[in-house]
Design a protein around this ligand. Sequence first.
Ligand SMILES: [Zn+2]
Length: 463
Amino acid sequence: MGGNRIFTGLNVILDGQPRPATVIVDAETGKITQVRDGTSARTDFPDTTDADWLDAADKYILPGIVDAHVHLNEPGRTDWEGFWTGTRAAASGGVTTVVDMPLNSIPPTTTVANLEEKRAAARGQCWTDVAFWGGVIPGNQAHLKPLIDAGVKGFKCFLIESGVDEFPCVNESDLRLAMDEIKDTSTVLCFHAELETTPAPAAPTEPAEPADPTLYSTFLASRPPSLEVAAIALITRLHAQHPALRLHVVHLSAAAALPLVRAAQAARLPLTVETCFHYLALAAGAVPRGRPEFKCCPPIRDEANRDALWAALADGTVDCVVSDHSPCVAALKRTEDGDVMRAWGGISTLGLGLGLLWTEARRRGFGIESIVEWLCVRTARHAGLAERKGRIAEGFDADLVVWDPDATFQVTKESLNFKNKLTPYEGLELTGKVLKTFVRGKMVYNAAEADGFKGLEPVGVLL
Ligand SMILES: [Zn+2]
């Protein structure tokens, strides 16, 4: 019989407000067997070893973050990111589960054989638990049900060019075939929601000056909110034909699309929406010239748009927040010439999300219980993991984070744990520091160690 691990503290986030509690974990299974009201004393558990006892005192104990949108890129583009570096970065930021996107690895996760290739590459390398999204591309509809049976948590598709050749976007007829195939399942179909409609004929004017490709505003003008609005209009129209199927919009940026989302939700369609740390923490006006680290698709928009996204989170239109960690190598990020137009679109965030969101949320009057709802509870539900992840409760995995809400830290290159140290957040001072991260009761990150990982092991499993 395995022993217990005990976590006690004055500020444990169960459901709602922080309160004194004691969490008892079966060391063997990594499951929470009991949650008691009130803190405990070391002497209450005489059979437990010192190594299996943690008193967080006035520091917080949060459920581990479920980051439902991450690109780990292995195998195939492992120089961009990999399971080892990506999940270490995640663990350092209090993330205990990542759900890997089907594209940017080679092969993409569009068949069961490809999924197995990915799993083989991941085994033994994961510091957090890892689940997988499958991909919908033109013509792979026969692979969708087998992928569900093989364990993918849902599917992602693109309505606009994805940026990599092996993951083409789908059109309406591809989507009809895919939706028909999965309509009687409990899976979720996720959309990169930007759609180009036929451009209006150009007015006969003087040829304009070529726009400066190092200006963020040039890029911003090339991906207007109307692309997101058009995509979400298509999604909600198709949804009405398959009203039982769960649909999800990934990384919503344009506040202009929120009325369409609200209308679909009011019509009781099971449509959920995520946004990202960067849309909530950054605004286009403050992006410096020649810094493609800030480029992502859809783009970061203006301050008013950012405020509207916060309001949509507050009223529940937007369900959850994810990283969309989507790195690449420096050459593709064009850090040399700062060409935002030609740079890879994708922001590296793993490890920083909680600090970014908390710093901004606190300023806007939100409490940690809202953050836990957005980053843990709802992302776990979205990824089909609500029975074991996202909450501190009996029967759940003991994915726990010891966190100091008041400690501040500066984002430095040296502090980043992901592979390519390129991020728009370098130099920022953030509030809310992860002290320790536990996956199923086992420590996977310890800020007290010089590198955060000394003496620890990659105990993550594939979900
Ligand atoms: Zn993505």
